[in-house]
Design a protein around this ligand. Sequence first.
Ligand code: XMP
Length: 519
Amino acid sequence: MKNNVEKNTTEKILVLDFGGQYNQLIARRVREQHVYAEIKPYNKISADEIRSVGYKGIIFTGGPNSVYDESSPHYDPEILELGIPILGICYGVQLMAYMAEGEICSAENSSEYGKTLVYTEKNVLFRDVPEESVCWMSHTDFVKTPPVGFNVIAHTEKCPCAAMCDESRKLYGVQFHPEVTHTVYGKQMLRNFLFEICSCAGEWKMENFVENSIEKYRSKLAGKRVLLALSGGVDSSVAAVLLHKAIGQNLTCVFVDHGLLRKDEGDFVEQTFRSQFGMNLIRVNAQDRFLNKLSGVTEPERKRKIIGEEFIRVFEDEAKKLGKMDVLVQGTIYPDVVESGNGDSAVIKSHHNVGGLPDVISFDEIVEPFRELFKDEVREAGTQLGIPHELVWRQPFPGPGLAVRVIGEITKEKLDILREADAIFREEIAKAGLEGTTNQYFAVLTDLRSVGVMGDARTYGYTIALRAVTTDDFMTAEWTRLPYEVLERASSRITNEVGGITRVVYDITSKPPATVEWE
Ligand code: XMP
């Protein structure tokens, strides 16, 4: 029997966010176990609301503060009385102890950071976990005396209470981070919490999500005219195929080719969606409009703004030609939702996505089919929908495209040079079978010219930088240690086959301090 969407989402875990850096990781770890998890900032949901949603369990995240700090996040102690199992992690366990009147110790010399041996007692949270194992610690404060009713169930050399529980009330807490892979048995502990303590059934499955979404949109959008901005990236591509399966030709996809795409990319997108999937696709060739607007502009943020705005203008013009459309589809994913709910972090780069569109064109409704999904879940949905592997597993490509990879002023000539060099680099990585070992790799056309020699003649051409990074989340990244032979072949082919380049360099900066893109 098929689950319907409501059933899929009834079994929910709440990740109550106290400002920890791992909030999304915790939710992903829970979902990997086929249990749906959602993140809520601690100050956006009350104990009463938690009760009414009917969560199967709650996880308190870590956070950067000390519970004795007046301004640190606190919570209504009533939450401990709701009868819902709770697992507190790091700051979460300290907060739990504090709320139940235990004692927290705050001392610099008690800090633990990094891999630490933890000794666990016999307890349902540690079922199938050895008595001694490695965990990941990152704390200064710790629970010195657990509250009345709680027992210590783990310790480390420095931390007398590395885990505690009140089994009768199903309240558990760990000082270490089970969500981080360095905690060797972390996954097992989370499984124990979900299945043994919260009695979850593990019904959150992607095939159900896909089938249910198709059915849902088929009835919800019946007879409506639906518009989708297709970029060729993973999220909008998977959304397009899903909606196409649901409503067929009532879906119109508009693909704005801003002329800042990689070699042959525009044709690939057109061919895949129009010929292969038979979609109603409009390709707008707007290269000249974008190049005109970008003429003479060198400042990175200005470039991004111009492209974002022009994208909206072009899309708007196209939408007007189509007459009244009822619904706009957006490829918003869960991290966008979470980050916009919490976020007051500094803007490093203004990311260009199609998120601002509804302000300028009016639609009766906006549909965001992946609002609840993480990126890897969208890819999984794409696979379930039969989208070719090379599309679902495409490396990320920034909205402003090659504009942020041509340093300085953008011209057609520079874009063409970059496209050729980038294609060669990607081809060499593919030939060496390295596509799966680096997460993003591309060429950048620097604004630097240097002297070279070819035959007997002096040359004076551009410097191409090659960049390849290894990362889980793109928030931090390591430069990839590509084999010298691959770099050598790429360099030699680029200088030989692409006119106007005299020099090739490899970027060996990680993020931080650099970012992945150069602009
Ligand atoms: P940075 O350069 O910020 O990039 O370290 C992190 C990841 O984000 C991609 N990126 C973008 N993606 N719109 C996007 O959709 C953008 O404006 C944008 N800028 C950077 C970048 O390619 C990398 O994967």
